[in-house]
Design a protein around this ligand. Structure first.
Ligand code: ADP
Length: 668
């Protein structure tokens, strides 16, 4: 145990070891002793400190006094916050406890003031950081809300743009529809070479404009993420044939060859979007035709893989055209990109087609690529997957050449625009169909209550009652199953599902392609009449059914219903036909092939003029060919008898018609 000197030194070194101010105070609150840290922090010398009031050294003496009283009352204080009145105003946590003599009398208290400046600073910094963080969060939240507002504004702008483009394209398409349609009609009339040339130019420009409008509309849809893809069952083979068919005239005009390679292992019906597929192939083939001047274009469709559920198919369009330079190949799929600056001048186009093709292939999980060599040709190929199905294809795109003979079809056209009404009239007249016009859905419904039609061609946007409403009424209230085909100016945006939902059978885009219109009408109208090949039908049945074999539609149109002209034409037929029949029979009996050939040859043109089914014309051509090759055949005998029979029936019918026209003409 150290002696008393040692003890006091020991106590002093303990006191001095503390870096925090340490003082001993008397029961009266006077400072009795202190360490160096106290001298340093107060800046008051040791001698001057001794005997002074302890609480004077704090910013709040009153509080310090309370602490002091507390110590002596309780025997200790713990972590009491005070601030020393030094030049830095040091914050301290005050801890103290009393000490006693051997008899237990309280002599004073030892207090330590722990400097908590650093702690305070850290706390302050922490609070500041927290405030900053909160501020930053607030700023970020504001920025986010601004960004959200901006997004809403941008989305609204995109919507507005989309709406604007959709409206504009509709507005532009409607008159374009009339321009192209009437140009086509005028092109069919007798024209001199110059007129034909000018009109062809008008039609080509119109077609180009429609393509452009469609492209822009599609791009707007891609931009706004609105490009949607249908999942409908369709027949791949007929779909492809229909597309390829569209290019036949163009290919012939350019003296090119079109080859279709179709893999027959592909299942007949697949599920996908036939309209988009159509669009993709159409773009690629029209480019191939455009950039090729000699050689051939091959459209190939190949089955790559097949499993239980789906098939993967590779489509390729190969041409022997101008090719694409290597350094341009990477950019041609971008908007408004053409391989050379002269392309637009030489070949036309806008550089949008391939950008759209890419946007149609990739979102469907497909991939498009191109290989090309300048002056040798290009191959564009893309791979798409399709689901397999057991369902049958809902709508088939069939393209048929207008046939003579399928007549008596009554069409109700529901369309508000006068120009479009007139256009539909001319088209339907050309097909030889009967037609009636209703200016809106309401009028159509009134007509349907009193008259019967075979098919309705229904415009969608009309005043009073639009096409959707009218169809709904026809199906649900009138309970009619009559086929309805929607006429739409805007296939890409129109809700085709809605057409189906209200009960339409099919749709056709404006400007109406007349062959497509014809085939769609024929596809939904199932009229027996002459649809059954007459050659397979016993002629006696024909009589029993009292089906007329002649039809004066064509003659009426050709003569513009002029009775004198019609009667003249009919009388020529009536005069020459009996003689031709007997010549035909006689020369057949005499085996006089030249005479047989000549008699049948003279008969042929009259079939189409008098609206006799073209199967009879085919029979006559058959007989003529046999006669030319001078071959004996039992088949000819049957054909000659059938020709005789139909011509005799035609004469009877036409005599009646002649008298009817004459009576009518006399009445007027
Ligand atoms: P457009 O044909 O309207 O110019 P596309 O996007 O369809 O626009 O094509 C972009 C460019 O790619 C064309 O301008 C042409 O330079 C090039 N190109 C496309 N297809 C072919 C092709 N079959 N042969 C040669 N060049 C082609």
């Amino acid at each position: 145990m150290p002696n008393s000197r040692h003890q006091s030194e020991y106590a002093r070194s303990l006191i001095e070891a503390s870096l925090d101010p340490l003082v001993t105070i008397s029961t009266e609150g006077k400072i009795m002793d202190m360490n160096e840290a106290t001298v340093t922090i107060t800046g008051v010398k040791r001698v001057d400190l001794i005997g002074t009031n302890f609480f004077e050294y704090f910013t709040e003496p009153q509080k310090a006094r309370e602490v002091y009283e507390d110590i002596f009352a309780k025997g200790f204080v713990k972590d009491y916050p005070l601030t020393i009145r030094d030049h830095k105003l040091t914050d301290v946590l005050f801890n103290g406890s009393i000490y006693k003599d051997d008899q237990g009398n309280v002599l004073g208290a030892v207090v330590v003031a722990r400097d908590i400046t650093d702690l305070k600073r850290i706390e302050k910094e922490f609070i500041e950081a927290k405030v900053f963080a909160e501020l930053a969060t607030a700023i970020a939240e504001e920025a986010q809300s601004k960004a959200e507002t901006a997004t809403v504004i941008a989305e609204d702008a995109v919507k507005a743009k989309q709406q604007f483009l959709s409206n504009m394209s509709h507005e532009i398409r409607t008159p374009m529809n009339a321009i192209i349609g009437f140009t086509k009609v005028v092109l069919k009339t007798e024209l001199n070479a110059k007129q034909k040339e000018y009109l062809t130019a008008i039609k080509m420009s119109g077609d180009a404009l429609i393509v452009l409008i469609n492209d822009i509309l599609d791009l707007a849809k891609v931009d706004s993420g609105k490009m949607t893809f249908e999942q409908t069952p369709f027949k791949m083979a007929s779909s492809i044939s229909a597309m390829v068919h569209l290019f036949e005239t163009k290919i012939q005009e350019k003296n090119l060859q079109l080859v279709k390679e179709y893999d027959n292992q592909i299942p007949e019906v697949l599920v996908g979007d036939p309209v988009r597929l159509h669009q993709i192939i159409l773009n690629l083939v029209s480019n191939a035709v455009k950039f090729t001047t000699k050689g051939k274009i091959t459209v190939s469709v190949k089955l790559l893989t097949e499993d239980e559920e789906k098939v993967k198919i590779e489509f390729a369009v190969k041409d022997t055209g101008i090719g694409i330079p290597e350094n341009k190949i990477d950019t041609i799929f971008e908007n408004f990109q053409q391989a050379s600056s002269g392309t637009s001048r030489l070949y036309g186009g806008t550089g949008l087609g391939l950008a759209i093709v890419k946007q149609l292939v990739e979102p469907q999980g497909g991939h498009i690529s191109v290989t090309s060599k300048v002056d040798e040709g290009s191959t564009f190929s893309f791979i798409l997957s399709f689901q397999k199905t057991k369902a049958s294809a809902e709508a088939e795109i069939l393209l048929a050449e207008p046939e003579i003979g399928v007549k008596n079809i009554r069409v109700l056209v529901v369309e508000d625009m006068a120009l479009n009404q007139l256009l539909m009239k001319t088209l339907l007249d050309d097909f030889g169909f009967e037609r009636d016009i209703a200016g809106n859905g309401k009028i159509a419904i009134e007509k349907l209550k009193t008259q019967s039609y075979d098919i309705i061609l229904m415009d969608l946007q009309m005043p009073e009652m639009n096409g959707f409403e009218a169809t709904e009424y026809i199906r649900n209230t009138l309970q009619l199953t009559i086929p309805i085909i929607a006429l739409t100016a805007d296939v890409t945006t129109v809700d085709l599902a809605k057409c189906k939902a209200v009960g339409m059978n099919d749709y056709i885009a404006k400007p109406v392609d007349e062959r497509l219109l014809y085939s769609k009408i024929m596809g939904v109208v199932k009229k027996p009449a002459f649809a059954i090949p007459v050659t397979e039908m016993k002629l006696s049945e024909l009589y029993q059914k009292k089906i007329k074999c002649t039809d004066l539609d064509y003659l009426t149109r050709r003569t513009k219903a002029n009775p004198a002209l019609m009667m003249e034409m009919i009388s020529i037929y009536l005069e020459q036909t009996p003689a031709l029949i007997s010549n035909m029979k006689q020369s057949w009996a005499d085996k006089n092939w030249d005479a047989l050939q000549s008699a049948v040859h003279k008969m042929i043109p009259s079939f189409s003029i008098m609206g006799i089914h073209n199967n009879f014309e085919k029979m006559a051509i058959h007989v003529k060919d046999y006669a030319a090759s001078q071959q004996q055949s039992s088949e000819i005998n049957t054909l000659i008898l059938q020709l005789e029979e139909v011509c005799n029936q035609a004469c009877t019918e036409l005599t009646e018609a002649f008298n009817h026209i004459k009576e009518k003409a006399n009445e007027n």
